[in-house]
Design a protein around this ligand. Sequence first.
Ligand SMILES: [Zn+2]
Length: 389
Amino acid sequence: MIPQTLFKNARVLSPTGIYEPGWLLVEGREIASMGGGTPPAPLITEDVITIEANGWNLLPGFIDLHVHGALGHDTMDASVEGLQAISRHLAQHGVTSFLAATWTAPDEEINRALLTVGKVYGRIPGGATLLGAYLEGPYLNPNRAGAQAHESIRSAADHETAHHWIDDDMVRVVVLAPENPENLWLVEECAQKGITVAAGHTSATYDEMQVAVSRGVRHLTHCFNAMGVMHHRQPGAIGAGLTMPELRCELIADNIHVHPAVQKILYQAKGPYGMLLVSDCTRTTGMPDGEYDFDTRKVVVKDNIVRLGDGTLAGSRLALDQALRNFSANIRRPLSELWPVVTLTPARAIGIAHQKGVLEIGHDADLILLDDDLQVKLTMTEGSIVFQA
Ligand SMILES: [Zn+2]
């Protein structure tokens, strides 16, 4: 018999409106049915596990496209156990699927990381589903390296290596600096393969971004961070992100990387379908203050901020539940309006919205319950409860 789970007395955030109260039935790993009011009597049988939702919000699980690490582990460690631990940590924060982000490094290190993503790919017991890899570098602009290893940044002139990575089915997003003409062939190649191309760690001008978008760039990595500032006569990548409907903009909403007022500008320009929250979380996430390894260098965590020795910000300690709480407080908009920024919009960004990111019958039962303070009370990944507060 297929296991069934029934959520009742929930505030169901369906794509067509809110059921308050509402119910939702999960069969196996899929959403089977949902509706408003009390569940139809035939659904409540001994065989069905019933979850009293206390009027909490029931919505799709969070999708985090930009995850480097947590709990002392990093994607670049190329450790199966490490990725599994990261996945379970994410599930406690409402994340039901994610991409493991690599960073700029020598080829063999990126190869090892991608190989390990391939081994862990898919459902992870007790955790969030690993959907693939987010290749952040090496095809970046060294002048916008941020925390990326300067000496390993280069162009995509070596087609063979780039092909080796994108022919590997694990890569879902490639981040590059589109102002480098040697990177443009890769934009088209990825777009043809259905790999999302993001501009990031870039000094691209507005004109260069227009060319990039015409070639297939559709995404902006951590908008405002590691790109030129927006000047009223030189709008740059930020100006392109804010104005071009083709581009979805990532935001690290930890209130450290981007000022709350600027977060508001982004939302006002893009709305919930044009921007998405990412964590960009690092191995320091979920760990105490102190010094940690970061490629061959060290980072120091103090007052919730991760920095290299020279003061450069080096990712975050964020999880998407906290990001959503920050963002919602900053822009003063309700969950009923904001939910796509952590669910449907990231799903669309990597072409999986037919399966995840929205409560639809037949979609994966990736679900979370959030209370009125947006605290995660329960996480379900593909029909299995993986976290309960
Ligand atoms: Zn990153």
